[in-house]
Design a protein around this ligand. Structure first.
Ligand code: HEC
Length: 105
């Protein structure tokens, strides 16, 4: 009985981990990012590919983007500001930042 329960727990954790890791695009959609951003074109905000380009080779890029997404950003890309996203967890912020930085054409 006990072994079964542990097995179920391990399975559930494993699946949550998988869903999370594979989930950059879903997270972008579910967090409302795609109403202002697109992968390859500027919409209200800059194209994710342009962002990936700008921060390529910057070792602080994940931390910088986590800050920008969480607290909002203005003046870096144009006159339009990005509003803060205070309710996104640190884990999800990092997933989002890494996902944007890893985008390839
Ligand atoms: C209301 C429109 C809007 C929404 C919603 C939005 N963004 Fe933005 N985003 C912008 C604008 C405008 C900028 C450019 C800000 C600037 O010039 O500093 C930007 C900039 C960025 C940057 C670059 C920041 C930097 O420091 O260079 C990233 C990364 C980003 N957005 C990711 C996201 C993610 C992830 C989400 C969803 C959680 C999101 N955005 C939701 C409008 C938006």
């Amino acid at each position: 009985m006990k072994t079964l329960r542990i097995l179920a727990l391990v399975l559930a954790l494993g699946m949550a981990g998988l869903a999370h890791a594979a989930d950059g695009d879903t997270l972008l959609k579910d967090s409302g990012c795609m109403s202002c951003h697109a992968k390859a074109e500027k919409v209200v905000g800059p194209a994710f590919l342009s962002i990936a380009d700008k921060y390529r080779g910057d070792k602080d890029a994940v931390a910088t983007l986590v800050q920008s997404i969480q607290n909002g950003s203005k003046g870096k890309w144009g006159r339009m500001p990005m509003p803060p996203h205070a309710s996104i967890s640190q884990d999800d912020l990092k997933t989002l930042a890494r996902h944007v930085l890893a985008m390839k054409p």
